[in-house]
Ligand binder design. Sequence first.
Ligand code: C5P
Length: 216
Amino acid sequence: MSCKIAIDGPAGSGKTTVAKKLAEKLGYYYLDTGAMYRIVGLYLHSKGITPEDEITLSMLEDIDLKFIEGKFFFLGKEAGDEIRTPDAGKYASLYARHPVVRKYLTSLQKKIAQSGNIVVEGRDIGTVVIPDAEVKIFLEASPEARARRRFEELKAKGLNVEYSEILNEILLRDKQDSERDIAPLKPAEDAFIIDTTNLSVSEVIEKILEVVKIKC
Ligand code: C5P
């Protein structure tokens, strides 16, 4: 039997770092669904299509989004750091409320999640993408702690960013992601909620492994 682990939480809650390391430790596949929303957001924005415009399935198919051996490809090229910028995150969140975008990406994600043992991270994984996941985790942290983490991460990449701007961006994204009509950010009823504000990455992973030991 395969084991599916869903990790959800707001921007900067530590999801990506934790999910990646956890998958490595367990020898599981790893899927970052936020990257898919970032790719779609960047593409639609570059085409001058706004989130209020009609977005069709054929527009999304033109992106040629593929997930091969743990890597994303679109428009025939591997996705790189361009999808990790604050702007890409902003576009992702804006287009993520569009029903056609959600339907398209959710269906791709559901297919990928059937590949076997896998850690999937996002906003609606335990509630919509894999509601039958053996393990559901919801990571939380104060907005200030999350903004601080994002700030350090982007600065380390050499980007010129302001802490206050990042904090505002995080608060705006929390609002957009949790107040949207379809698949809003929220813990599944049976999710284990972990507040990571004062925990290190390895402490969070230890807590998740305790759950995995019981459920998988
Ligand atoms: O996790 P990340 O910051 O890369 O996600 C970018 C944006 O994509 C989120 O703010 C959210 O709006 C959207 N997203 C989503 N559902 C997911 C993953 C990401 O709506 N499963």
